[in-house]
Ligand binder design. Sequence first.
Ligand SMILES: [Zn+2]
Length: 269
Amino acid sequence: MFEGVGLHTGEPARVVVHPSDAGALWVQKGQTRIPVRWDYVVDTRRATVLGGEGITLSTVEHLLSACWGLRIGSAVIEVVQGTEVPALDGSALPFLQAFEAAGIVPCPHAPCFVVAQRWIVQQGESVASMMPGTETAFAYIQFPAPLGVQAGVFGLRDYATEIAPARTFGFLHEVEALRQQGLAKGGSLENALLIDQNGYYNSARFADEPLRHKVLDALGDLMLCGACPVGFHLTLIKAGHTLHRELARLLMSECNRMEAHDGGMAPGY
Ligand SMILES: [Zn+2]
């Protein structure tokens, strides 16, 4: 069970992740279920929001990123309270650690599929692409000073130590405007890396923590293809949730052609 405050709503949020052998990820509230899939995404402005059938679950990407890290492609995410996944520390690490503590290990039979061709989506200067590879990611972000440009290549086999701990980030000067839009209400120094005119306001976990968080977000959003993509090289240039969702849509078209494998989370969780 994950409990805390929602990053954007600022309201108490509680979700429980249940093992499932359904071969897919679902969001459930009461008796109603919706699939964790790109065509159930209702908003991508600041976070990935799933919705439909009277269910809304916002900011799913960090939880889903931890699912990618452990190849959890089959589970039910039950919404117990609120409409948002709790922010916890703003990264995917608490989700990953809880799954690991529950005895979940990457499952060789999880519904994964190996990326077999190149996919690219582009919007203005933003690019997100995937091609067959050895689980690596190149990311590039560009913001006004002091954040500026960050770029790097990451080996995703080190996801747990190099990517999962990277927290969501925000700009101090934007906080007020976001709150007026009803966003970032739960954001704090406990669950976000804040950036002011001098640089990082609180201490960063990595010198390029925002860049790594972009990779974290993308891996979570790519789970919206309906399976766990593996065997790829990912490229992210100024990309965000909207482009990630588009890439997930293309991946699903490839995934649908691949043979699905049975399997899921380890029992006893
Ligand atoms: Zn994020």
